[in-house]
Ligand binder design. Sequence first.
Ligand code: FMN
Length: 194
Amino acid sequence: MKQYAIATIAALGLAAAALAENVRLPEPEKTGGLPLMEALAKRATSRRTQGQAPTPQQLADLLWAANGVTRPDGKRTAPSAMDKREIEIAVLTAEGLYTWDPEANALAETPACVDLAPELRGASALLVYHYNKALQTREGALVDCGFVGQNVYLFCASRGWNTVFLGTVDRAKFAVALDRGEDEILFAQRIGVR
Ligand SMILES: Cc1cc2nc3c(=O)[nH]c(=O)nc-3n(C[C@H](O)[C@H](O)[C@H](O)COP(=O)(O)O)c2cc1C
């Protein structure tokens, strides 16, 4: 697994095929931030998510807050029904669409087969929440996804970033882009790094 920053790889101009290998993210920063009660007080939806491209460190911190591994047995920042940990996060940035592996703290690029730029709408990132229908009930997955979304809301409040949780997402388009036959795309969340 390579240790390169995503931006570095893009700058090197490597072909998409070369990016099929996982790209390890930096270790997430797990200290600091706003005190919880202040983050709760600041949690809000903002649709002004146009922003700068996230750095690899910012992506690592955001994704770890969303649903990162917190314990040796692999449990996460978000709970999940029957500990199935079925919610997966795809990350769309201006550089491409990636799937996130929380155990490896790594991103793998998904080769672009549809134009996803309109879905980003100038945001720093769009998180797309999906799950394998063979792993969890729909009811369980919907609740579990809500916990992940709230983690992201609180993280963004702590950082002073903008975010909106989205029921309006082009599920058919992302299903094609992600090419995960058994998966249902649930929700998305747009992020504006400030
Ligand atoms: C399940 C769910 C779906 C949502 N879908 C959208 C959406 O498609 N578009 C949007 O602009 N906001 C969406 N929102 C954000 C809500 O509009 C927002 O949370 C609500 O107005 C309350 O504002 P607050 O988050 O600042 O408290 C969604 C929120 C939830 C929980």
